[in-house]
Design a protein around this ligand. Structure first.
Ligand SMILES: [Zn+2]
Length: 172
């Protein structure tokens, strides 16, 4: 049976090669939905008896992998040197010893909804495998009308050879 859990984060990004307005740094309220498809637990007396996965446990994984690292931050492609240097400069000038003004994560991919869905899928898949539960998809809503859904079948559709190895990199 398929069950889903949803969280929302606020995150900044830009698409460095974009032909239009996504070139400029901006942010979204992202809605992220994880779908888990597995058997219902039928062990009598178990805490999760009658569940595919405890929604609370799934939320904990999503908060740990997504919210704690990406909420209220800016996500920047590692090849986007102009943007990285700009953010570092702002932090150097306006931050103080203890705190950067702008919190940002550098990732090895352009932070589109598609790439973020794939990245988070891989990390959550690994976590769920440890407890023997199968992930079905990660859906990233960038706006109210735009969404990218990554499923296992999408692995074969990823054609960029560089991207093929990016997700073996350690977690942020
Ligand atoms: Zn955007």
């Amino acid at each position: 049976m398929l069950v889903t859990k949803e969280i929302r984060i606020h995150m900044g990004h830009r698409v460095p090669n974009h032909k239009s307005k996504c070139y400029s740094p901006h942010g979204h309220e992202y809605k992220i939905i994880v779908g888990v498809d597995d058997k219902v637990v039928d062990f009598p007396g178990a805490s999760d008896e009658g569940m595919v996965i405890d929604f609370g446990d799934l939320k904990k994984i999503m908060m740990n992998i997504i919210d704690s690292k990406f909420d209220h931050t800016t996500t920047v492609y590692e090849g986007d040197n102009v943007y990285i240097q700009s953010l570092e400069l702002i932090n150097d000038i306006l931050g103080n010893e203890n705190k950067n003004l702008i919190r940002f994560n550098i990732v090895p991919f352009i932070p589109t909804a598609e790439n973020l869905a794939r990245y988070w899928y891989k990390l959550i898949e690994k976590e769920l495998l440890d407890v023997g539960i199968a992930i079905k998809y990660v859906e990233v809503w960038e706006t109210y009308t735009s969404t990218a859904r990554y499923t296992k079948e999408d692995d074969i559709k990823w054609v960029d050879p560089k991207q093929q190895t990016l997700f073996d990199t350690p977690r942020l």
